[in-house]
Design a protein around this ligand. Sequence first.
Ligand code: GTQ
Ligand code: FE2
Length: 342
Amino acid sequence: MSDTPKSPPSGAQYDAVRQGWLDAHVRPLWENPRVHKVREGGAKAHIWKWRTLRPLVEEAMRVTSPAAVERRVLTLVDPENDSPSGGTTTNLTAALQILLPGETARPHRHTPNALRFMIEGSGAVTVVDGKPCPMEPGDLVITPGWSWHEHVHNGSEPVIWLDALDAPFHRAIGTDVFEPGPPHDLPNHPEDAAYAVPGMAPDLNETQAASPVFRYPWNTAASALRAAPMARDGARRVRYVNPASGGSAMPLLDCYLTALDRGMRTVRFRSNGNAVCYVCAGTGTSRVGSETLAWEPRDVFSLPHGNWIEHGANEDAILFVMTDRDALRRLGLLKEEYGNAG
Ligand code: GTQ
Ligand code: FE2
């Protein structure tokens, strides 16, 4: 042990010391600009206008390469993060999927939870763990993580739906796994009829994390929404729940239908969760941080974390909203607050 302190390395000396650290696979934390970086405001919101998307979908219908025929999907890419591991917003990815008459998407399963919200066309069916789920406009069909699923379409016109997955979350935590079919070890789920009586559910030994009912038809969702009381932000809202638990339909992908009555503005709301909205009906304007998004039917827009959000409707409007908030809540990370309008 020397009692004369060494003078700090400087210049070329420091560079040599630094190279020694890097060669040994260690990195000085003080050189990382992200340390103690304070974020001002939220991540930037974006709107994908149907008016722009629809002709692009039309082009995707014309592609004949086997890869496209197997999976006609156009992902909605966050303009702030276009890396291949990114999504539409933090933790969530949304896409438009097209199936032409006679086309199928072969069976497979993956750890990410997924959902399909039907936009256009008729006659497609998603088979989830062996259960056929017809898909008509406004229907929600969920394919919970690790459920086998395949899409078939024996109708006479193209179908278009909105896909959403929690894949970016799985990529971030290293749990993203895919398995191609053919399906094996199909779990035994009760019939949907077992959950068709409100307020009653079969008494089984264990409750699954995801809903055993995979299809939420538009008519029943819309009638629940008509009966829904006003929520804290002034909107009326229903949640797509797992009827066996009363919780979110899927553990990491949580879905809502929000009614905004004509002329209303919601009380502003801020969350560290992220959401993607699809406009089912009506027109309006949403303020998301410093962005003002004017929306109309079939538009898709993001509500990234950290922004004060306010929705206004020009006419009675319905939004389908998917969010990662329940994933954050389960991890003890969710922070949400309400402010006064204005
Ligand atoms: O339909 O199964 O948009 O596995 C991305 C991954 C859709 C699907 C996507 C998928 C699917
Ligand atoms: Fe899939």
